[in-house]
Design a binder for this molecule. Structure first.
Ligand SMILES: Nc1ncnc2c1ncn2[C@@H]1O[C@H](COP(=O)(O)OP(=O)(O)O)[C@@H](O)[C@H]1O
Ligand SMILES: [Mg+2]
Length: 228
């Protein structure tokens, strides 16, 4: 499954200041960067601003200064509804906690975004099955999240993230709750997604996982710098 032609993910003078008590925290210092296709690992200690960056890249949060653009579309120029629609078309997300819907089976979880996108039921079931096969979980299609191991649930979450064939995949500590071997399996899925032409941004504080990425960014006290 090859991703559609890639809209470049670019940030220009992107920063975020949060109010904090009487003062403020510069969670992200002004950053100008183009995220290349492939897997970019973002490493940095807890509280350094990694999730702040990811939330801005997704348009979940509004920057204090600067812009996030995807293929020339500046996220802040879109309305909330347009942004949600844009995310559905172009983004996939994987978080530390798989965030699967507990009352839906693995298959239904993967189908869910396709249903939102209005895909007919037969087509979306076929696609969801193919995606589960891609992450090696076709035999788990009928299982509820509670019946899956942590690594399996995370792979279902990846299948779900890939359902709409997004060009961008944003991952916040997806291996954070997994043992290192399972973490590497999950990473392998993200590498595959990147090889298919996607731009994958992977936040991790696991240096061994980060070492396997194509590109590397480091965050310290809100300052992002390239390390390759
Ligand atoms: N919604 C928020 N309101 C106020 N401060 C926040 C908020 N989100 C994050 N911060 C602060 O911004 C800094 C960076 O946080 P975060 O991006 O979550 O770091 P990381 O993901 O690297 O652990 C921290 O000092 C954190 O306390
Ligand atoms: Mg974080």
């Amino acid at each position: 499954m090859t991703a559609a032609p890639l809209p470049t993910l670019h940030v220009e003078q992107l920063s975020r200041i949060y109010p904090s008590g009487d003062g403020q925290v510069q969670a992200l210092a002004p950053l100008t960067h183009t995220f290349p296709p492939g897997l970019t690992a973002v490493v940095g200690p807890s509280g350094s601003g990694k999730s702040t960056l990811l939330n801005l890249l997704a348009g979940f949060d509004t920057p204090t200064t600067g812009t996030v653009s995807v293929g020339g579309t500046v996220l802040t120029t879109l309305t909330e509804t347009q942004r949600a629609d844009f995310r559905l078309k172009h983004y996939g997300f994987v978080f530390q906690n798989h965030n699967l819907v507990s009352i839906l089976t693995a298959l239904e979880n993967v189908e869910f975004p396709l249903m939102l996108a209005g895909m007919p039921v037969r087509e979306r079931t076929d696609r969801a099955r193919a995606l589960l096969a891609l992450v090696g979980l076709e035999k788990r299609a009928g299982h509820l999240p509670s019946q899956l191991s942590g690594g399996e649930a995370q792979r279902v979450a990846i299948a779900r993230a890939l359902a709409g064939n997004p060009e961008l995949l944003l991952c916040d500590e997806p291996t954070g709750n997994l043992d290192s071997r399972t973490g590497e399996l999950v990473l392998g899925q993200l590498q595959d997604a990147a090889r298919q032409g996607r731009t994958v941004v992977l936040i991790t504080h696991d240096r061994e996982i980060a070492a396997l990425a194509d590109h590397h960014l480091q965050v310290r006290d809100g300052v992002v710098s390239a390390v390759d």
